[in-house]
Structures are given as structure tokens and as C-alpha cells.
Design a protein around this ligand. Structure first.
Ligand code: FDA
Length: 491
């Protein structure tokens, strides 16, 4: 068994991990990231697209795990997209150096200030809107599509149709910023560069165009010379030692998922950035196995960010559909947040199937009126999620309202084929909470009952933020790590 010492270890290389790594490295600290997924860039293995799923399509499975229409047989490989399956909800997430940034739609949305204040009453909103959100957008390279390109490009027919229909139904729409480089996309369209978004690449990774974390925060952190990333290293559990240091039991796997080495890491300072579900699993499992102290609040105040997927089929043959060719990068949304009775935001989502399936797809984001809870089942050694249809009742009502209003104004039916009765209540891309800032942790993410352990990822956000979450995860992580460094936590 190999034993390795490092002063600061970060588990996970998604948003929280990448932000912490950069700021610590800039402050001259040596940082080691342990990431269970593959370093795709280093491996040289290309990402596959939606129409030809290959190695990157799924984490160690024989079948793809797209939200629907999974037809292909795969050779198990440490792919970029993974899914956790619970009784009433499936949760998707990214695996690899860059975490969720490798597989997500890149939608970079700043939450509404009023809702941010409601979710985080103890944070200084002015400071966030003047400094941390602009900082997050700058570092993530957020940009907006050119309106002329959007109007002219056949790959955005789905957005134009979606917006027209929404307006006809009396809804307000909004332009959605993204980290995908739209100047690159314009060149793709002219066939001047290899295609990515216009070649159905997204949830299995993008080979070009997308500013994922490996091209932004992690690249900058590596350029300092202070960061080392060990990929294919899965941390199984953590022990707190009597001198307040930590021991991590980890497994180094190969790309088929076989364990090639058991490793033990020791560190003085530990940052958990394994994503909401990964961090909760580590904390709850370590608690069950090693009496690891976690306090009463870990696992509480969890939510799906109001995620609710739905679709509409166009029955009218004269409708014209949403286009056979679709960009994978969403740029339009319906903003119904200010409607007191039916507050929601929905992405006008692409459905790039290689043919016009005459279906419009939407991922709604709702408020989360009733939160869930995550705990650990010691017998079956897995995390359990207390979440059922009572948690999504209001989300369903909003979705029903939206679809009915859209269909009334434009024709169409609920997409029964894609989802059970047209309602994808069990689809979650945005798990949040369970280790909430100021509840399970102190005001800057230090876990209660610990001197040297910090949580910096989506689990800090109490289950809801009203928009796609990564801009907020980055802003909160920037805020926490800046203050932790200022307080000499890593001296
Ligand atoms: P994140 O999940 O990014 O990173 C955690 C990392 O830790 C992963 O790389 C994981 O492999 C690693 N890890 C976990 N357990 C480990 C262990 N035990 N040992 C070692 N490593 C471990 N959001 C948004 O704002 N706009 C969007 O358009 C989208 N679209 C979207 C589409 C799809 C398909 C998905 C799945 C998700 C989105 N999201 C999104 C959500 C967004 O990607 C998500 O909220 C963030 O990636 C969460 O960031 P975190 O830093 O919390 O963890």
C-alpha cells in the first residue's frame, strides 16, 4: 500500500475544486487534487457525440444514460457522464478532470438578486453582484450569442420557434449566456474549424468550443506550477486523526474500472469538492465507517433545484418542427419567475436527434418548497435520498400550467413518448445542498466540529437557486476561499 503526504488535498476537480485550487496556488500553496474521473485532455481520447456514443458516453456501463432513447451497447469505460439512481429521482453528473463542466450545457446564469437574497439572507448581496458574480463570469469566459447569427443559423431554429411560441402564449423570454465560445461556433458554421456544438457534442463532452474548467480555472492553477492532479483516484473514506490531520483511503483505478492500487493519503488540510452527491457520500460514509464527526446538519436541506423536464409534440403537420439540425448549446429561456402563482424559469432545450422529431424540450427550474434529505444506509453501503412526489408536486403543477398554455396558443400535445405522461419529474441535473453554508459549515465553508476540513461545492447551496447553478457555485467558492485564505486557514 502506497502512503502519500500532501499539505493540502482537494477531492474533486469540478467548480468548487477548481476555484479553490487556483486561489490557493496563486497564494503560493502546493495543492493536490484527487479526481476519480479521467484526465481527458491528457489521455488524448476524444469525446463522443450524441449520435455515436463511445468511450466518454457513460461511467462504466454497457448502455448509454442520456435522459431518453438509450439504444447503444458500450464497452464499460470511465466515461464523462454518470448517473445515480434513487427510487424517485435520477441524478446526472460529470466525471473527469473538470467535473460537471465537461458534460453540462454551459448555461451561465446569474440568479435573480431577490431570490439570491431569499436563499442566502446572511450574505452581502451587493458584494456578490458587484464583485463575485462578475469575477465568476470573467474567469469562466461567459459570452452571449450574436443575435444576427441566432436569427440566421438553421441550427437555432429550435430556439427561434421556442421563443415565438412562448411569446404567442404570453410568456417572457430571455437570452441565456454560455461558456461556449460563440465566435468559435460561427466559424464551425462556416466550416472553418472542426464542429462540436454543431456536431451534437455536449453531454458526453465537447472536443472544441466549450470553455470547460480544464481550459479556465484548472489551466490557470496548473500554470502556477503549484498544482498536481491525480486522475482515476477515487477516495473511498476519510479518517480524522488525533492530531487533527486527515487520512484518506483511495483507490487508483484503470479506465475499465479495475482497482490497480490501494493508496493512503495524509494531509493537514482537506477540501471536499466532490460535488453535492460525492461530498455527501464521503461525509456520511466516513461517519458510518470511521466515526467521522459531521454534526446534525449534514444531509439536510437538499434539493433538485426544481428540475423538471417536459416536452411537447407538434401534432399539426404544418407546424414545421424545430429543425433536423440543432446546436447542442441552449441560448433561450422562458422567464416566468415573477408570476406569484407559477414561478419558474425554463430552458428552451435542444433535442439533436439528427432528424426533425417535431418535439420541443424544456428543462424547468422551479422553487423547492419541500426539501429532501440524504442519509447513509450502513447495511447496503449506499446513500439514500428521502425524496418523493410530494417534493415535486408544485413543480408538476407549474409544468402542467406551462404546457397547457403553450399548447393552447400553438397547438401540440405533451410529449408522452419521452416521459411518463409527459412529466420528467425524476430527471435532475442540479443536485444542491445537504452541507449548507452557515448550517453544516461556518460562514465560509469550514465544516462544523472540524479545524481543517472545508466543503466547497454545490452542497453549500440550500437545494435551490432558481437558475442553472454553476455561476453561483463559482461565486460562493470564490467568496469562501478568499476569506479562508485571509483568515490564515492555510498558513
Ligand atoms: P462537480 O460535480 O462539477 O465536480 C465534482 C467532481 O468530484 C467530479 O469531477 C467527480 O468525478 C469528483 N468526485 C466525486 N466523488 C469523488 C471521490 N469520492 N473521489 C474523487 N473524486 C470524486 N449547470 C449550469 O449552471 N448550467 C448548465 O447548462 C448545466 N447543464 C448541465 C447538464 C448536465 C447533463 C449535467 C449533469 C449538469 C448540468 N449542470 C449545469 C449542473 C452543473 O454541471 C453542476 O451543478 C456542477 O458541475 C456542480 O459543481 P460542483 O463543483 O458542485 O461539482
Amino acid at each position: 500500500q502506497k502512503e502519500i503526504e500532501a499539505p493540502i488535498i482537494i477531492i474533486g476537480s469540478g467548480y468548487g475544486g477548481a476555484v479553490s485550487a487556483l486561489r490557493l496556488c496563486e497564494a503560493g500553496k502546493k495543492v493536490l487534487i484527487l479526481e476519480m474521473g479521467l484526465n481527458w485532455e491528457k489521455s488524448g481520447i476524444p469525446f463522443s457525440n450524441l449520435l455515436k456514443p463511445g468511450k466518454s458516453a457513460a461511467w462504466l456501463r454497457k448502455k448509454t444514460i442520456a435522459p431518453f432513447m438509450n439504444l447503444f451497447n458500450l464497452t464499460p469505460f470511465t466515461g464523462a457522464l454518470d448517473r445515480l439512481e434513487f427510487e424517485n429521482i435520477n441524478i446526472w453528473m460529470g466525471r473527469g478532470v473538470g467535473g460537471g463542466s465537461l458534460v453540462n450545457g454551459g448555461m451561465a446564469v446569474t440568479p435573480k438578486e431577490t431570490y439570491f437574497k431569499e436563499v442566502f439572507p446572511n450574505l452581502d448581496a451587493t458584494k456578490f453582484y458587484d464583485f463575485y458574480f462578475p469575477l465568476a463570469r470573467k474567469e469562466l469566459k461567459v459570452n452571449v450569442i450574436d443575435e444576427q447569427f441566432l436569427n440566421d443559423c438553421p441550427y437555432y431554429k429550435f430556439t427561434r420557434v421556442g421563443e415565438e411560441e412562448a411569446h404567442k402564449a404570453g410568456f417572457k423570454t430571455m437570452r441565456v449566456p454560455n461558456v461556449y465560445d460563440f465566435k468559435y461556433m460561427e466559424k464551425e458554421y462556416k466550416n472553418e474549424v472542426p464542429r462540436s456544438a454543431l456536431n451534437t457534442e455536449v453531454i458526453y463532452g465537447n472536443n472544441y468550443g466549450k470553455n470547460s474548467l480544464d481550459k479556465t480555472y484548472l489551466k490557470k492553477a496548473l500554470d502556477t506550477g503549484n498544482l498536481e492532479i491525480l486522475d482515476l483516484h477515487y477516495v473511498d473514506n476519510i479518517k480524522l486523526n488525533s492530531d487533527k490531520t486527515y487520512t484518506l483511503n483511495a483507490q487508483n483505478i484503470n479506465t475499465s474500472g479495475d482497482v490497480v492500487a490501494e493508496k493512503v493519503f495524509h494531509c493537514k488540510k482537506l477540501i471536499l469538492a466532490a460535488g453535492t452527491m460525492g461530498t455527501l457520500k464521503l461525509l456520511l460514509r466516513s461517519n458510518a465507517m470511521n466515526d467521522f464527526p459531521i454534526g446534525q446538519k449534514v444531509g439536510k436541506n437538499w434539493g433538485n433545484n426544481g428540475n423538471f423536464m417536459t416536452g411537447r409534440n407538434f401534432v399539426n403537420p404544418l407546424h414545421g418542427g424545430t429543425g433536423a439540425q440543432q446546436s447542442t448549446i441552449p441560448v433561450g429561456g422562458v422567464d416566468n419567475w415573477d408570476d406569484k402563482e407559477h414561478p419558474f424559469f425554463t430552458e428552451i432545450a435542444p433535442l439533436p436527434m439528427g432528424m426533425d422529431v417535431a418535439t420541443a424540450l424544456y428543462l424547468l427550474i422551479n422553487r423547492v418548497d419541500k426539501k429532501g434529505q440524504v442519509s447513509y444506509d450502513k447495511i447496503n453501503k449506499k446513500i439514500v435520498l428521502d425524496w418523493d412526489k410530494t417534493n415535486t408536486e408544485k413543480m408538476k403543477e407549474n409544468t402542467d400550467y406551462f404546457i397547457k398554455k403553450m399548447n393552447k396558443a400553438n397547438g401540440g400535445t405533451r410529449a408522452h413518448l419521452l416521459f411518463d405522461n409527459g412529466f420528467g419529474a425524476n430527471i435532475c441535473y442540479h443536485p444542491l445542498g445537504g452541507c449548507v453554508l452557515g448550517e453544516a459549515t461556518n460562514e465560509y465553508g469550514k465544516l462544523k466540529d472540524h479545524d481543517n476540513l472545508y466543503v466547497l461545492d454545490g452542497s453549500l447551496i440550500p437545494g435551490t437557486i432558481g437558475v442553472n447553478p454553476f455561476v453561483t457555485i463559482v461565486a460562493i467558492s470564490e467568496y469562501c476561499i478568499e476569506n479562508l485564505i485571509k483568515q490564515n486557514e492555510f498558513a
